[in-house]
Structure formats: C-alpha cells, structure tokens
Write a protein that binds this ligand. Structure first.
Ligand SMILES: Nc1nc2c(ncn2[C@@H]2O[C@H](COP(=O)(O)OP(=O)(O)O)[C@@H](O)[C@H]2O)c(=O)[nH]1
Ligand SMILES: [Mg+2]
Length: 292
C-alpha cells in the first residue's frame, strides 16, 4: 500500500481545481474563469486498492491586493507542510507570469518530488515554446502535458504521483472523500454560480454562508443561505431587476446542490452587506477564510 499527501500548487486560474476534480473523477471543488475562485485549502481523497492519495487544492499564489488575498496566500502556503509530492500546475497557453515565478520561489525549500503539469494543452498553440520556459522555473521530477477539462494526460500524471508516494497505511477510511462539511460544499456551489453569473469586481466581493439546514416532509431539505457583499450597490446587482439575478443564481445552485446531496432541496437565498469585509480580519476569520 502506498499513501501520502499531494498538493496542487500554482498561480490563480491555471486549472488546479479543475485538475483535482479530474484526478478524483467527480466534482469536489468549484471552478470558474475568475482568478481566486478557490479560497481554502481543500482536501480530496482518492482511494485505490493499493494506494491512497490525499490531494490538497489550494488558493493560487499571487501578490495580495487586500487582507483576504493575504489570508488566501497563507492558506496555500500552509499546504506545503508535510506533503509527499507537489504538482506545480501551469497554464501552457501563455508564457510564465510573475506569479508563476512567485509560486516556484515558494517551493525553494521543498525536498519532496515536484512534478510539472502543463495544463490547457487543448488550447496551447505555442506549447513547444512555453514548455522549456516553465521547465526553467526550477528542477522538476518530470513534466506532464495535460488537459484537465478534457482529461488528456491525467491518468499518466495520476500514476506518476502514486509512484512517488511512500509505502504506508491509508490516512482516511474508504468512505471519506474530503475534509469539509456539507455546508461548506453547499456554500461553495452557491458562490460558484455567483462567480459564473456576475461581472467585474462583484464576484470577488462575495462570500456565502449556510445559516440553516432542516429536513422537511417528503425528503425535502430546506437550506437557508446568506450571500455577503461589500456595498449596497453590489447587493442590488446580485439581486438584479425584480430579483431576477438572485433567482437565476438560486436555481442553478439548487440543481448543483441536489446532485451533490442526492435529494430535493428548497434553497432560500438572501443578500447582506458587510462593508469592506475583505479588509477586516474579524470578518475574514468569521467567514472561515483564515486557516493559517
Ligand atoms: N482550455 C482549458 N481550460 C481549462 C483547463 N483546465 C482549466 N481550465 C479553465 O481555466 C479556468 C480556471 O480553472 P480553475 O480550475 O478554477 O483554476 P485554479 O484557479 O487554478 O483552481 C476555468 O475557466 C477552467 O475551465 C484545460 O485543461 N483547458
Ligand atoms: Mg482553484
């Protein structure tokens, strides 16, 4: 039996969360075209007959613009402790950014194997040109060209990760898929719809909390959730004309939550203003974004 922890590392928006879902073969974490979609360190467990990989998805490494950003980078850095393998995920459609350098720099003292996953090869016209540029960022224990959305190359990467893990007993029981509560995944699915359906800066100002979950007759699950924004104007945008936007967010999120929970959901969404919460240590903590 082989077992160990493997962290997915890199700057925002390169496809770390998409890759985690591809490696696990199920939707475990949310994905959007926006940078900093992932705000926590999230564990996803891959069970096999002869292995167990505990993957850690992380917020992307970037230069923080506010206190929330600082907390996100701390959350990511905390994931480097006690791992057996690192997958450095890069976006092969472009040359390395400053944040790729930054992400590579933070791996300076890492002594475990670091694999390079060149992602988005389905859209990378200049792959041959970009590959050596990424390989020059540091010493890697292998380069893998992958498409996390299509699944190309993911199996080979998975086998390479498993081969690098030490012999050992599984860390988690076979029915444990992750380390987060249903409430966490539910609020993430709501935030995902907000990220997908809103424009400009509004999505980044959003946080979601599940306030209440109650079983109702006929197997229905009642969920009450709050969407927090930073300004009254953002609240109006989230609600939309005659409540059309929040209705749309709610309908799409409900479908996702129903497939996660395998039962019918009644979702009640409300929007609240928490002024400049991204600059407030107290609110960052209260909303669960401070994990060190
Ligand atoms: N074309 C293409 N897009 C991808 C691929 N993997 C991820 N993406 C897209 O890149 C964006 C960011 O993905 P996400 O997984 O949230 O990135 P993260 O911030 O690194 O976790 C999303 O719009 C994804 O659909 C891929 O293999 N090919
Ligand atoms: Mg992510």
């Amino acid at each position: 039996m082989k077992s160990g922890f493997c962290v997915l590392w890199g700057r925002p928006n390169v496809g770390k969360s998409t890759l985690l879902n591809a490696l696990l073969g199920r939707k475990h974490v949310i994905v959007s075209p926006r940078p900093q979609t992932t705000r926590h360190r999230i564990t996803g467990v891959l069970h096999g007959d002869e292995f167990q990989v505990v993957f850690l998805d992380t917020p992307g490494i970037h230069e923080p613009q506010h206190k929330l950003g600082e907390a996100l980078v701390r959350n990511a850095r905390g994931a480097l402790e006690d791992v057996e393998c690192v997958v450095f995920v890069a976006d092969a459609t472009d040359e390395p950014h400053d944040d790729d350098q930054r992400a590579a720099g933070l791996l300076k003292n890492v002594r475990v194997p670091v694999l390079l996953a060149l992602n988005k090869v389905d859209a990378a016209a200049k792959l041959a040109e970009h590959r050596p540029q990424f390989e020059a960022l540091r010493t890697f224990d292998g380069t893998f060209e992958i498409s996390a959305v299509r699944g190309d190359g993911v199996e080979a990467l998975k086998q390479a990760i498993i081969s690098r893990l030490p012999k050992g007993d599984p860390y988690f029981p076979p029915d444990m898929l992750g380390d987060r509560s249903p409430e966490f995944h539910i609020s993430e699915l709501i935030r995902e719809q907000a990220l997908l359906q809103l424009r400009e800066e509004v999505p980044h100002a959003i946080a979601v909390g599940v306030e209440r979950m109650e079983p109702r007759p006929k197997g229905l699950l009642f969920i009450e959730s709050l969407i927090f924004v930073e300004r009254e104007s953002q609240k109006q945008i989230v609600i939309g004309k005659n409540g059309s936007r929040i209705k749309e967010i709610g309908q799409k999120a409900r479908a996702e939550i129903e497939s996660l929970m395998g039962r019918s959901i009644y979702l009640e969404l409300r929007v609240k203003v928490r002024e400049k919460w991204r600059e407030s240590d107290m609110w960052i903590r209260r909303m669960g974004y401070e994990e060190g």
